[in-house]
Design a protein. Sequence first.
Length: 527
Amino acid sequence: MSEFKKFVYTPIEHDDVTLIISACRSGGVGVLNAEYEINPVLIVAQLNLLAKKACQGYGLKVDFLDDNLITEICNYTKKGLHWLIVDSKIVSIHEAFIHELRHAGVKVLAELKQSYWSNQSLDQLVDGLILKGNEAGGFVGENSSFILFQKWHKQTNLPLYIHGGLTPHVAAACSAVGVAGGVFDSQVLLMDESRLPDFLRSMFSNLAGNETVLVGNGEVGEYFRLLVRPGYADVQAFIRDGEGQGYDTLKHLVSTKINWKEIRKGLLPIGQDICFAGSWKKKYRYLVDLFKAVDAAIENNLSQSIDAKPISRNAPLAEALGITYPLVQGPMTRVSDSAEFAAAVAKGGALPMLAFALLKGPALRKLLLDTTHLLGDNPWGIGLLGFVPQELFDGQLTLAIEFHPKYAIIAGGRPDQATRLEAAKIPTFLHVPTADLISLFIQEGARRFIFEGRECGGHIGPLSSFVLWSAMVDRLLEELQSGKVQGSEFEVLFAGGIHDAISSAMVQVLVAPLAAISMSPLTSTGL
């Protein structure tokens, strides 16, 4: 078993502890998530139940502490409580208590939702940091777990754990760069050990992740992510009342509103990674089998990425594209609508892509003429918007075909739009925002895709890079296992938060199973 720590949170304000017991018995850490609970008596009742079940090595997550709860927590350190997870805001307030717990052998982790910490250093106060990305359910900040890790690993020597978008492939990517572990919550709500009502299990089976939304204050980066479904009046009221509000007001609005039994009368803090729940129910069923898959991915993905070297000088796809490195500069309006910019990218060994945006007529023709002149025989491509007015799109397409770029990207495009360029011998990449669309795109003949996480700028889809990439890897593997298509037919771009050696290493490990079967994955920056 790998050393990557696997935390499993119970659903907030759901009183069943089966997930905790199963996680601990399967080699993970079951955590009683009492984040919004303000009644210590209810928390203690569940801790007492865990003690009676002889559960060992479990954890507790809280966002407040008072004298009564502190006393009870100390009592349970001798009854199997090995982990305490607290909101970072209360660490300094209860420094003495945390020191006492750590002295008693309990590991204390501070949860952070932001990329900075203005108070005293946490390095001497806790045993590690849980970085909660905004793809997770409940209270979150501005950044995804992928971005939070990249920022925090430079600021601390503490062990880091991610919360948001965790899957076996993501665990492999994180483990490869030193992440100590991560949190499962929405992903495991349909496992056999989860005791949710049948009507919820049915609804969760078919979610794609984009049904969850952020409500809060974008100016300060304080949000609450929850599930939104048509006709749920209480949810709509919360969205209306919570718009533009910060953490304190959101917490008041959420208080006593979580309801797993009558969802039309309450709120459900569900993350984007609910998209994995349905497939994992069929693929794994039990936590022990999920944990085995995590350990196998940690072992196999890294070695596969080392063998394949998908992002290296003269990698197979770089050779196919006629460039030095398998890197594509994404189209950026008012940045990459310049021939000089394209020439600089080409000189660096990557593939430049001109942003057409709303350009047309003489201005567009001049851009294409200048680029052809400056780049000579170096390959370059174009970026189109598939949702512009049809007349504009047709005019841009006519000019593009006249100048015949080597490649094209269509943001928000459809397979039939790509077909027109492909017919003119211009290989074309399509953005695919959710995994549910990939089978349809493949059926319609598309073979070149961009999987662009929400960390990108410009026209983006709803899902974070970890959630989108992992879902796409699994879905493409399923398509290939069907035997109807071959890995060598595909060229794939991954974009979102990739900018240095660490982020590059992570995406290479995450997508390694595709590279191992001769698919050609590469990264794209600036999309």
